[in-house]
Design a protein around this ligand. Structure first.
Ligand code: SAH
Ligand code: SF4
Ligand code: F3S
Length: 461
């Protein structure tokens, strides 16, 4: 049944929203909705939103201004444009969104998207609907299976949600409120999804969860499996050549998982391990449940088994009570660890979280610290990239590059690499000599043909 109607989904925020948006598209495909990349053609617009910082949450309202004008234009042509707000802003603000933006027809939270066809039927009859329950029937039990063509179109590297929600309650964070309590999907469901992806040509899978390393899902033997056990199992599935997982909490980085970086060649030497701050005082105020020394000890254990591990992190500057000394501890931690990259944010007080009620750091100070931190991170990243110059790295080619005849792939460390290579190499892994480092990407030449290619046609080393 092919689409008479067009769906436009826009994702904000984390990888889980990207994953959820794809699942929404999969759910609506059998109902006759085809995805479009152009919002002007849409009969249904879904904004899958993020509530993590004030700026992220405000984006949805500016986007809704544009959508309202499109809706009016459609109405003038006698067409109905249905507007839905999904994700974490929907969960946090519920019906308030419709009060503030009457063009919105549907509001539903991250746990409700499998009920989208019903909600939509109501909206198509002209009604409004809000669904921000945390239903008992897990949404994962209702996932629609996408066609092979749809999976292929999404590329050779895919996300698979294995865990959702968070029980940690860091004092700055909305996630435990918008995503609910931690839950893990059963191993059998994850394996079926990965096998299906592999069958459609996916070569790299990133297992995702708000606290992915707290994974504790039901195994086929009826026991509770850890993330390490899950990785070991998924690594045996044919077709999947690379595994990653994100985002990990430092407290859940246990021995088995660290050992996976030594024992499982398919687990890439790369890890996002957010620390937020280098100061024990701030870590305690944030309720991160570990010290600077604990974090550094974890990094040491990881580097013992995987010396070339590329580590990335998230940082928050200007959390309530952060002094210049606390901030200096963050800067020194950055240099002590030596990151391959990191995200850094000014603290944004979020309604309903403990941090919002604490005495705030001045905006001017936050901006100053952010700039200094970003400089330190950039220097770390440049140093990491420089160490790759002249090395030969395995690159998984993902898509056409900026220029004709170029492809972009990822190194094991997740760096984008631009290489001259034929389009038929997409989905293949080849050895690439790194010849040049630019600010945001690296360039290389083919050193050896992809393992699955019969002949080596490329130029280079
Ligand atoms: N589950 C992940 C992070 C989820 S949010 C973890 O535990 O690390 C992604 C990042 O957004 C966080 O790591 C944090 O650095 C940042 N963040 C979360 N809440 C924030 C806030 N209120 N203000 C600024 N940054 C925030
Ligand atoms: Fe938010 Fe902390 Fe949970 Fe991460 S661990 S999602 S930062 S509450
Ligand atoms: Fe944002 Fe929700 Fe993800 S708040 S970061 S979309 S879990």
């Amino acid at each position: 049944m092919n689409g008479s109607r067009k769906l436009y989904v826009k994702s904000f925020g984390c990888q889980m929203n990207v994953y959820d948006s794809q699942r929404m598209a999969d759910t609506l495909a059998p109902k006759g909705y085809d995805e479009t990349a152009s919002i002007e053609d849409a009969d249904l617009v879904i904004l899958n939103t993020c509530h993590i910082r004030e700026k992220a949450a405000e984006k949805v309202y500016s986007e809704l201004g544009r959508v309202r004008r499109l809706k009016e234009a459609a109405a003038a042509e006698g067409r109905r444009l249905v507007v839905a707000v999904a994700g974490c802003v929907a969960q946090a603000e519920g019906a308030e969104i419709i009060r503030r933006s009457p063009a919105v027809d549907l509001v539903f939270g991250p746990q409700s998207y499998h009920r989208l066809p019903d909600l939509l039927a109501r909206a198509e009859r002209g009604g409004k609907a809000v669904d921000t329950e945390f239903p008992i029937d897990a949404k994962f039990d209702h996932l629609a299976v996408p066609s092979i063509a749809a999976t292929r179109a999404r590329g050779v590297a895919a996300y698979v949600t294995v865990q959702e929600g968070c029980d940690k309650f860091c004092t700055f964070c909305v996630v435990p409120y918008t995503r609910g309590a931690e839950m893990s999907r059963p191993v059998s469901k994850i394996v079926a999804e990965v096998e299906r992806l592999a069958g459609a040509g996916v070569r790299e899978v990133t297992l995702i969860g708000q606290n992915v390393n707290a994974y504790h899902g039901e195994g086929p033997d009826g026991r509770t499996w850890s993330l390490a056990r899950l990785l070991e199992h998924v690594a045996q599935l044919s077709g999947i050549e690379r595994l990653r997982y994100t985002t990990s909490h430092p407290c859940d980085m246990n021995d088995d998982l660290i050992a996976a970086h030594r024992d499982l060649p398919k687990v890439m030497p790369q890890l996002h391990l957010p620390v937020q701050s280098g100061s024990d005082r701030v870590l305690a105020a944030m309720n991160r449940r570990h010290t600077r020394a604990d974090y550094l000890a974890t990094v040491d254990r990881l580097r013992e088994v995987c010396p070339d591990l590329a580590l990335t992190s998230d940082f928050i500057v200007g959390f309530p009570g952060e002094t210049e000394d606390d901030f200096a501890a963050t800067l020194s931690l950055v240099d002590e660890v030596g990151y391959s990259g990191a995200f850094s944010f000014k603290y944004s007080p979020r309604p309903g979280t403990p941090g919002a009620d604490m005495k705030q750091v001045e905006e001017r100070i936050k901006s100053n610290r952010l700039a200094r931190l970003q400089q330190a991170i950039d220097e770390n990243q440049a140093a990491f990239n420089r160490r790759c110059l002249g090395r030969t790295l395995d690159v998984l080619f993902e898509r056409p590059g900026r220029h004709r005849g170029q492809l972009v792939g990822r190194s094991p460390y997740l760096q984008p690499v631009q290489v001259e290579a034929p389009a038929s190499f997409i989905g293949e892994i080849a050895e690439v000599s790194i010849t040049e480092i630019a600010s945001n990407s690296m360039f290389g030449v083919l050193a050896r043909a992809p393992a699955r290619q019969p002949a080596f046609l490329g130029a280079g080393a």
